[in-house]
Design a protein around this ligand. Structure first.
Ligand SMILES: NCc1[nH]cc(CCC(=O)O)c1CC(=O)O
Length: 308
C-alpha cells in the first residue's frame, strides 16, 4: 500500500500520541515501514506571548495540521482531544479516539501532598483558565501566576522552588514518564477535568473512506461517546475560548453519565449541570446540559463568555 502519513506537532506529548496511533495501526496488520510520522510546526508553537496567542483565537495549535490534511500532504492527524476546537474546518472529521487515560489533574507541589498542604498565599503556576478558576474557588488565598512551557520545564520550576506548586494532566505526565513528580491526584468530582482531557483523537478527511474504515478498527467507542458529550457541552458554552469550563462524562456499557461546570474566572460563580442517559445520545446530553447551565448563568457571566 501507499505510505500512510500521520501529521502531528513536534512536542514530546504530541510525538507520544503519534507513536501510540502508529502502534495501534500496526496492531491491525499494517507494516510499520508503511507508516510515516510527519512533524508540523503550528502557529501556536511559534508564538510564545500569551496576548498574541489569545488574539489569534481558536485552533492555533491545529491550523497548519488541518491545512496539511486538506491539501492531502498527510492522511490523518493526531491531537490531544482537550486542545481541539469544537468546530472543525469544512471537510474534516474526528474519526477515532484511542482509549482514554486517567482524566485527573495532578498536583506537583514543592511542599508535597495536595492543595490542603500548601502554605497561605502560596505561589501557584498555571496557564489554564479552568484550573485557575477551580483553584480560586478552593483556595482564594493562592497567588496564581502564568506558567507556560513544556511539562518538564514546568515541573523543574516547582522543584527549584521558583513556584510552590502547579497542576498538570496526570495523563500527560504518565506519557512523558514524569508521573513520579505528582504529589497528589485531585478527585475529578471536586476538581473536574477539561473536556477531552486524557484522550487522543484522530482526524481525517470526511470523504476518505479508506482512512475512515481503518480508523474504525482502532477507535474506542466508550471514549468517543464520553468525549463527544463533553465537547458538545463545551460547544454550547464557550463562545470566546476564554471561559473556565470543565466536563467529564463516564460511559459504562451503554450508559453515560455527565457532569459539567461553568465558572466565572475568579471562581466565585460556579454553575453545575449533570445528566444521565444512553451513550448513543452522547452529543444530545452534552448539548442539553450546556443549554440548561447557560440558562442559569448571570448576565454578567454570559457577557464574559461572549455568547448571546
Ligand atoms: N493544554 C496542553 C495539554 N494538552 C494535553 C495535555 C495532557 C494530556 C491530555 O490531557 O490528554 C496537556 C498538558 C496539561 O494540561 O497538563
Amino acid at each position: 500500500m501507499e505510505r500512510l502519513r500521520i501529521g502531528t506537532r513536534g512536542s514530546g506529548l504530541a510525538l507520544w500520541q503519534a507513536h501510540a496511533t502508529r502502534d495501534a495501526l500496526v496492531a491491525t496488520g499494517i507494516d510499520e515501514a508503511d507508516i510515516e510520522i510527519v512533524v508540523i510546526k503550528t502557529s501556536g508553537d511559534r508564538i510564545q506571548n500569551r496576548a498574541l496567542l489569545e488574539a489569534g483565537g481558536k485552533g492555533l495549535f491545529t491550523k497548519e495540521i488541518e491545512e496539511a490534511l486538506i491539501d492531502k500532504s498527510i492522511d490523518i492527524a493526531v491531537h490531544s482531544a482537550k486542545d481541539m476546537p469544537t468546530r472543525l474546518p469544512e471537510g474534516l472529521t474526528l474519526a477515532a479516539y484511542l482509549p482514554r487515560a486517567d482524566v485527573r489533574d495532578a498536583v506537583i507541589s514543592h511542599h508535597g501532598g495536595g492543595l490542603e498542604n500548601l502554605p497561605e498565599g502560596a505561589r501557584f503556576g498555571t496557564a489554564s483558565l479552568r484550573r485557575e478558576a477551580l483553584l480560586r474557588r478552593a483556595r482564594p488565598d493562592l497567588e496564581i501566576t502564568l506558567l507556560r512551557g513544556n511539562l518538564p520545564t514546568r515541573i523543574q520550576k516547582v522543584e527549584d522552588g521558583e513556584l510552590d506548586a502547579t497542576l498538570l494532566a496526570y495523563a500527560g505526565m504518565c506519557r512523558l514518564g514524569v508521573d513520579s513528580h505528582a504529589t497528589a491526584l485531585l478527585d475529578p468530582l471536586e476538581f473536574p477535568p477539561a473536556c477531552g482531557q486524557g484522550a487522543v483523537v484522530i482526524e481525517c478527511r470526511d470523504d476518505d473512506a479508506k482512512m475512515r474504515d481503518l480508523l474504525d478498527k482502532i477507535g474506542h467507542a466508550e471514549t468517543a461517546s464520553a468525549v463527544t458529550c463533553e465537547r458538545a457541552f463545551l460547544d454550547t458554552l464557550d463562545g470566546s475560548c476564554r471561559t473556565p469550563i470543565a466536563g467529564w462524562a463516564q460511559v459504562n456499557g451503554d450508559k453515560l453519565s455527565f457532569r459539567g461546570l461553568l465558572l466565572s474566572p475568579d471562581g466565585t460563580e460556579v454553575l453545575e449541570g449533570s445528566a444521565e442517559g444512553s451513550a448513543t445520545d452522547a452529543e444530545k446530553i452534552g448539548r442539553e446540559t450546556g443549554a440548561e447551565v447557560r440558562g442559569r448563568a448571570s448576565a454578567e457571566l454570559l457577557a464574559k463568555i461572549g455568547i448571546a
